[in-house]
Write a protein that binds this ligand. Structure first.
Ligand code: PLP
Length: 454
């Protein structure tokens, strides 16, 4: 493709570096998702809304580390909060409870009232993993249902039908589970039931069939962060899971603090039983939060004081009755300081990010329309995707597969050349430091690219 050729011309140092780094890390990456053809750009510096690569090229960054950086790169207030924390206490990894854990918990529970108790993890993956164990532990059932096209992390139970080939994946209303990696234990894969997103009737049918074995349903309330569940679908899903004794798990790793302070659950007015958070709330550091109904979360309470005090007060007769959750770095103070500062900044600035996102979405659609190309900018809040499609509405994974990925990809490579950073085919996320200048620059780049191609 012409786009890839120009990309290679513009990024010789990234190419050279990638050749060397693949002798260190398979594929030259430390996370498969960071790879794209022919090689990923190697960045050297990030500042505000901008990234700078090894060749000295400057980019407006719309990846924002897969949506994690909602204040942009190196926000002064976050840097200050981290510095204060480090200066006062070193890395302060006490390995004991501490005040910031409660401060963050209080804040999160205020913004997410469904989270009556919380625990911390070190990533979104760990958060959904704990959420699923809680569902198993609470219900005593050992299957989990997830939706086709939804991503919850890279472990066996959920690395099913995230991005399957449609031809292999069975009928749209009764999808087959497809493992997305070598080495996924087929026994565990079989315990995962796949559901069709935004199809309530089919979802109810499948859930009803498996109700005696299903511990929970996990979903991205907004698929991929940009395809919203219909309100009716969400209401119906909440109702049927309640009726069938299946826990409803919202994976808000992407949507939490990004589409609204209170996540998708605030927008839909739905109380899930368990919620997983991550990304933005870590302030740029590895972090996750799991929270939910008190009665569910409390099964992870170790036998309180039983060693020291009266063991008859213990809720659990032996250790096996407790749901085990641990982690050396859980509740890391430096991360909590960064996260708390991030929340504080967002509380005053989030509305402006939404306004700017709308401006950019509108501008992009207009530019496509000027070339008579049917394209949509789909999403809520500060995240969206550009989908080139003849469909009037994109409701789920199968709809998305019908879009013109080839053209979108070609545009993305040309945009990279024009200084707009977006891993080809990925979503756009905005931050508090993406302002008018960046938006205008982006729309100009779009115009240049579309003029070149059409
Ligand atoms: N859940 C969702 C919805 C995500 O988007 C992601 C990451 O992209 C994860 C879970 C996994 O989070 P992490 O990459 O922090 O492990």
């Amino acid at each position: 493709s012409e786009g890839i050729k120009e990309y290679i011309k513009k990024t010789p140092k990234s190419k050279e570096f990638s050749e060397k780094s693949s002798l260190i890390m398979p594929g030259g990456v430390t996370a498969n998702i960071k790879f794209f053809e022919p090689y990923p750009i190697v960045m050297e510096k990030g500042k505000g809304a901008y990234l700078f690569d090894l060749d000295g090229n400057e980019y407006v960054d719309y990846m924002l580390s897969y949506g994690a950086l909602k204040l942009g790169h190196g926000h002064p207030k976050v840097l200050q909060a981290v510095q204060n924390q480090l200066q006062d206490e070193g890395t302060m990894l006490f390995g004991t409870p501490h005040k910031l854990e409660v401060e963050m918990g209080t804040k999160v529970m205020e913004l997410y009232p469904s989270m009556e108790r919380i625990r911390y993890t070190n990533s979104g993956t760990e958060a959904t993993l704990l959420a699923i164990r809680l569902a198993y532990g609470y219900t005593g059932k050992y299957k989990i249902a997830k939706f086709e096209g939804h991503y919850h992390g890279g472990y066996d139970q959920v690395l099913q039908s995230v991005n399957p080939k449609v031809n292999d994946a069975g009928p749209a209303n009764n999808p087959i589970g497809i493992s997305e990696s070598r080495g996924v234990d087929p026994y565990i894969a079989e315990q995962t039931i796949i559901l069709p997103f935004n199809n309530l009737e089919a979802t109810i049918e499948i859930l009803t069939k498996w109700k005696d074995e299903l511990a929970g349903v996990i979903l991205e309330p907004i698929q991929g962060g940009f395809i919203p569940a219909d309100q009716d679908f969400m209401d119906g899903l909440r109702k049927v899971t309640e009726e069938l004794g299946i826990l409803l798990i919202f994976d808000e790793v992407k949507t939490g603090f990004r589409i609204s302070m209170g996540g998708a659950q605030q927008i839909y007015g739905i109380k899930p039983d368990i919620t997983a958070l991550g990304k933005v709330v870590g302030g740029g550091f590895p972090f996750g939060i799991v929270g939910g109904k008190k009665e569910v979360m409390d099964i992870s309470a170790p036998s309180a004081f039983s060693d020291v005090f009266d063991s008859s007060q213990s809720k659990h007769s032996n250790a096996q009755d407790v749901l085990f959750h641990s982690g050396t770095y859980n509740g890391h103070p430096t991360i909590l300081a960064a996260g708390l500062e991030t929340i504080a900044v967002l509380e005053t600035e989030i509305a402006s990010v939404f306004e700017n996102t709308e401006k950019l979405k509108k501008g992009i659609v207009e530019l496509f329309a000027s070339k008579s190309i049917r394209a949509q900018t789909i999403g809520i809040g500060s995240i969206f995707n550009v989908v080139i499609t003849d469909l009037d509405e994109v409701k789920n994974y199968r709809d998305l597969q019908q879009s013109n990925f080839a053209l979108r990809k070609e545009i993305d490579y040309h945009l990279l050349v024009e200084g707009i950073y977006m891993k080809p085919l990925n979503r756009y996320s905005l931050s508090t430091v993406h302002g008018e200048t960046e938006i205008n620059r982006t729309l100009e780049a779009y115009e240049t690219v579309l003029n070149k191609l059409f």
